[in-house]
Design a protein around this ligand. Structure first.
Ligand code: 3HC
Ligand code: NAI
Length: 653
């Protein structure tokens, strides 16, 4: 199969890249593009070239599988230099996405036209690298530096309208993209020899405050190097002639491609895409998701309903009684409003989403929903009753899911006549924002239920990871394990603020104690009390958290938890330190200071050993799945790749 073809159509040549699924610029495509340049050199009568792509999208960038390996010729900068230096104009016709090397390719062309729905960006920093084929040099020659900085350092793509406003593309096509690109190419041909982007001056504009950007990126990146390197590359462009800036960019790109950060981010990129493979293999048709039932409209139920409404489906939400149903509807409306205020959705989209919600308190109304998700109180008795009621009213083919955090899905499934239609769908709070969905496969869960979990994840654009039944599934079980060990460290001499500072220094957005204060200490306390009777007397147990709860310190909601919030911000509290020291003495532990490195190496070791146990028990299907859970659901810094990846990398070096 040829990945690049050239068609001569009178005065126009059309170069088409066809490399499914996303037209990545692998070696064969690069060689094909160079061969196209050579073929066109001898083509009589050709006045302009249109570069287009087959399939769903323009080029999504370099082939990520090749990054970090020895580059194979021809390298992308040479291919782009050949296109850019061509005596006749090349016009890039962009549909779908033009990302990374794909946008660099478009920028090496002499004109750019895109469909209204196209998205263009330089996401290299999300892979721990910077653009490596002239992106940081050509972009500020097309758009003002003040626009280039967020594009390159943030990695987020822009839509076609924004791209046109800032100068990244010349035209938007509202009709036949190829025909309009051809007309544009002939127009450019009429204007004489094209000017390569690298030969242009930098676009004039507001000066960039480089130091302010550096401070912002340092704070936002939480230890990630690539955004700062991207900024430095743009700084080079501002100071150096184009040829020197191109050479410096390439050297930086090659150095970063071989960095541990880039390896970690590549691993998580592919791990996220492989996650849920077992679900996609389920040989069954999923339930229709045009209308989904949700039971319980508290924090989670309202968030789940919002996520489904925003994805375009209808939701029927059932609460305990009419006033609770009205309150739940209000909660959903408020969440949608907040999304609108943040600019995530437009006003018409928000109105339409609200219009797709119905609420009530009668379970019979759920019978028309092929999938029902319960998110009622975390109590086995309450949930069992809900499942018995569902069993009585739901048609046999309906799929029933629980959002339980810790309860045994097998026990819930046993409440119903057909346990094959029961599964866990464990969302994370806020459910309409968080990307992770743990799909919990109980012993009897059938293919149709699993296929439905996969279809829902796809609809909601979430990453689905399959988990088996155990206490806490994948994520909460690992979190419970390291939380326990953190309390042992408190007993042995550490303080909450030291553990939080170590975690933040490592790259977590928040330490474990600040997080607990935010979500409340009472749920975990209730769980510990429920398990107290069955806990072996010989098992090590730290009483510190229990003592805080007994003292009414339940977190931010009571003004005190691991920290004191009287001043409005989290402040270390001498009373907490006193409780910790008393518990150290009671447990007979001598206290010593912990460095941040010691704290983090203990936390990582516990995450890894619990992860290993989860793998051996078959609760998770792969180490990559565990990393995806920790990165997308538990704030583990993405640029470190996940605890299992870190363990593997350390073992290999
Ligand atoms: N290289 C290799 N494979 C890629 C790829 C790439 N650049 N981009 C996507 N793929 C693969 C995925 O792994 C997946 O493979 P699978 O079907 O075997 O799992 C398949 O293409 C489809 O990808 P998605 O499931 O992600 O499809 P979506 O439609 O959801 O998203 C996308 C499409 C927006 C293009 C998304 O895939 C994406 O963001 N890709 C990465 C884009 C990127 O980061 N480009 C920069 C690369 S670095 C670079 O260009 C360096 C340059 O400066 C020199
Ligand atoms: P919540 O207390 O905010 O909401 C529970 C809702 O269920 C209340 O509105 C209540 O009125 C309703 N409800 C109770 N019994 C009902 C019944 N029989 N019929 C209909 N509605 C009923 O609780 P939250 O936090 O939303 O948790 C719900 C579930 O989600 C729990 O199983 C919890 O473990 C799980 N979960 C919670 C997360 C969180 O961060 N809060 C994260 C992931 C899962």
């Amino acid at each position: 199969m040829t990945t690049v073809t050239v068609d001569i159509l009178g005065p126009l040549a059309r170069v088409t890249i066809d490399n499914p699924p996303v037209n990545a610029l692998g070696q064969e495509v690069r060689a094909g593009l160079l061969a196209a340049c050579h073929a066109l050199a001898g083509a009589e009568g050709v006045r302009a070239v249109v570069l287009t792509c087959a399939g769903r999208s323009f080029v999504a960038g370099a082939d990520i599988r090749e990054l970090g390996k020895t580059p194979v010729d021809p390298c992308l900068p040479d291919v782009l230099a050949a296109i850019e230096g061509w005596r006749l104009p090349w016009v890039a016709a962009v549909h779908g996405t033009a990302l990374g090397g794909g946008l660099e390719l478009a920028m090496a062309c002499h004109g750019r036209i895109a469909t209204a729905a196209a998205r263009l960006g330089l996401p290299e920093v999300t892979l721990g690298i910077i653009p490596g084929a002239g992106g940081t040099v050509r972009l500020p020659r097309l758009v003002p530096m003040a626009e280039a900085v967020p594009l390159v350092t943030g990695g987020k793509p822009v839509d076609a309208a924004t791209a046109q406003r800032i100068g990244l593309i010349d035209r938007i096509s509202h009709g036949d993209l190829i025909a309009e690109a051809e007309a544009f190419a002939l127009e450019l041909a009429g204007q004489g020899a094209p000017v390569p982007a690298r030969a242009r001056d930098l676009v004039a504009g507001e000066p960039v405050d480089w130091a302010a950007w550096e401070a912002r990126l340092r704070k936002r990146g939480r230890g990630a190097a690539a955004p700062l390197e991207a900024l430095a590359a743009l700084c080079d462009t501002a100071a150096l002639p184009a040829a020197e800036a191109l050479a410096a960019e390439r050297a930086r790109f090659l150095r970063l491609s071989a960095s541990p950060e880039a390896a970690a981010l590549r691993n998580i990129f592919f791990a996220e895409r492989r996650a849920g493979e077992a679900l996609r293999r389920a040989q069954a048709d999923p339930a229709d998701l045009a209308q989904v039932g949700v039971i319980g409209g508290g924090t989670m139920g309202a968030g789940i309903a919002t996520a489904i409404l925003l994805a375009g489906s209808r939701v029927h939400l059932v609460e305990r009684d009419a006033p609770a149903a009205t309150a739940a509807a209000q909660r959903v409306a408020d969440t949608i409003m907040a999304s609108q205020a943040r600019g995530v959705i437009s006003q018409p989209a928000a109105d339409a989403a609200r219009g797709r919600l119905t609420v009530g308190s009668d379970y019979v109304d759920l019978a028309r929903c092929p999938l029902v998700i319960e998110a009622v109180f975390e109590e086995m008795g309450v949930k069992r009753e809900v499942f018995s009621k569902l069993d009585a009213v739901m048609p046999a083919e309906a799929v029933l899911a629980t959002n339980t955090s810790y309860l045994d899905v097998n026990v819930l499934a046993a409440t119903t006549r057909d346990p094959s239609r029961i599964l866990g769908l464990h969302f994370f709070s806020p459910a309409h924002v968080m990307k992770l969905l743990e799909v919990v496969r109980a012993d009897a869960t059938g293919a149709r239920a699993l296929a439905t979990g996969a279809a829902l994840a796809k609809l909601l654009r979430k990453v689905a990871v399959v988990a088996g039944v155990c206490d806490g599934f994948i994520g909460n079980r690992i979190m419970a394990a390291y939380r326990r060990d953190c309390e042992f460290m408190l007993e042995e001499g550490a303080l909450p603020q030291e553990i939080d500072a170590a975690m933040e220094g490592f790259g977590f957005a928040m330490g474990i104690y600040a997080t607990q204060d935010m979500s409340g200490l009472d749920i975990a306390w209730a769980q510990r009390k429920a398990r107290a009777a069955s806990r072996p007397a010989t098992e090590r147990y730290a009483h510190i958290a229990d003592r805080l709860c007994e003292a009414g310190r339940l977190g931010r909601k009571t003004g005190k938890g691991w920290y004191d919030y009287a001043s409005g911000t989290a402040q270390p509290d001498p009373q907490v330190q006193q409780i910790i020291e008393e518990e150290s003495a009671r447990a007979g532990r001598s206290r010593h200071r912990f460095t941040a490195e010691e704290i983090m190496s203990r936390i990582l070791a516990i995450m890894q050993s619990e992860g290993q146990a989860i793998l051996e028990e078959g609760i998770a299907q792969s180490a990559d799945d565990i990393d995806v859970v920790m990165v997308t659901g538990y704030g583990f810094p993405r640029h470190r790749g996940g605890p299992m990846f870190m363990g593997r990398s350390r073992a290999e070096t």
